[in-house]
Design a protein around this ligand. Structure first.
Ligand SMILES: [Ca+2]
Ligand SMILES: [Ca+2]
Length: 286
């Protein structure tokens, strides 16, 4: 994988983040991502080398550093499931108005799948309003909108009402016909392919849900799998494609800022794959 675009992403993140993450934060993580196809020991050493340089490695992620595979997944589950605040579904409206605020205009939010900016106050169920898209489709595990996975804003994003309806509960995969209202998104009978800018975001949201929900607290054990057409099973695919998207579309400044806001203002937990996208490879590709 060429490092050029990844380094540009790191530089962009630095410019846009007021809490300037040191450049050492992103560079080792991206280097590890680039090495993800290599021996796991090589990846592990890249992560170890980044320990202490990431803004959250010394504290939040400390118990996970140096681990790989199932041990890493288990450590991350413990970290992101401890001292978590569960929002009500009504609270999600106000939370998304903060986490997905348009940086150019605080009265607007940015829509997933389109990247367009719409008035934050125009939320609801009408045509051309925005609503709460469950990126992990809530029918996959049938968890509804009670406080828990159905209100976890790490995977909830503002979307146009009819685009949300078009995506429905489809698994994610490549191919199909382009969406009229949301150019760059494609769908067929069993899958939805988001536009390029959202591919990595979607992947990291699904992977977060897979690690966050392991069958405790009365919630289903959600697992990413390599299928489409998962129906109501607590599964979401397609894992191999999501891992590719995670690598192709690294975390943006907006995604990093969103992760900070979800932790500091709402839920108290972070999405590990936004801070360390290479962890996805270390859990699922080993
Ligand atoms: Ca992205
Ligand atoms: Ca799980």
């Amino acid at each position: 994988m060429p490092l050029g675009p990844l380094r540009r992403t790191a530089a962009t993140a630095l410019l846009a983040l007021p809490l300037a993450l040191p450049i050492a934060v992103t560079v080792p993580a991206q280097a590890a991502l680039a090495d993800a196809g290599g021996p796991s020991a090589q990846v592990a050493s890249a992560v170890a080398a980044s320990g202490g340089t990431d803004a959250h490695d010394d504290t939040y992620w400390a118990p996970a550093l140096g681990k790989t595979g199932a041990e890493l997944e288990s450590a991350l589950h413990e970290i992101i499931s401890t001292d978590v605040t569960r929002l009500s579904y009504a609270q999600v409206w106000d939370a998304l108005k903060v986490t997905d605020r348009d940086p150019a205009d605080p009265t607007r939010v940015i829509l997933l799948y389109q990247g367009t900016s719409v008035p934050a106050s125009d939320n609801g169920g009408g045509v051309d309003q925005w609503n709460r898209e469950h990126v992990w489709a809530k029918s996959h595990g049938d968890f509804g909108t009670a406080a828990g996975p159905g209100t976890d804003i790490h995977h909830l994003r503002p979307t146009d009402v009819t685009v949300n309806s078009d995506r429905g509960n489809l698994d994610f995969d490549e191919g199909g016909a382009e969406n009229d209202e949301a150019p760059g998104n494609f769908s067929d009978g069993d899958s939805w392919e988001p536009r390029e800018e959202d591919k990595g975001d979607v992947a990291r949201m699904i992977l977060y849900m897979s690690v966050r929900y392991e069958g405790g607290d009365g919630h289903p054990d959600l697992e990413a799998d390599d299928a489409v057409g998962n129906g109501s099973a607590p599964r979401h695919g397609r894992l191999s494609v999501l891992l590719e998207w995670n690598a192709e579309d690294p975390p943006s400044a907006a995604e990093l800022r969103r992760n900070d806001l979800v932790q500091s203002d709402f839920q108290g937990n972070r999405n590990p794959f936004i801070d360390h996208p290479e962890w996805a490879q270390q859990i699922w590709a080993s």
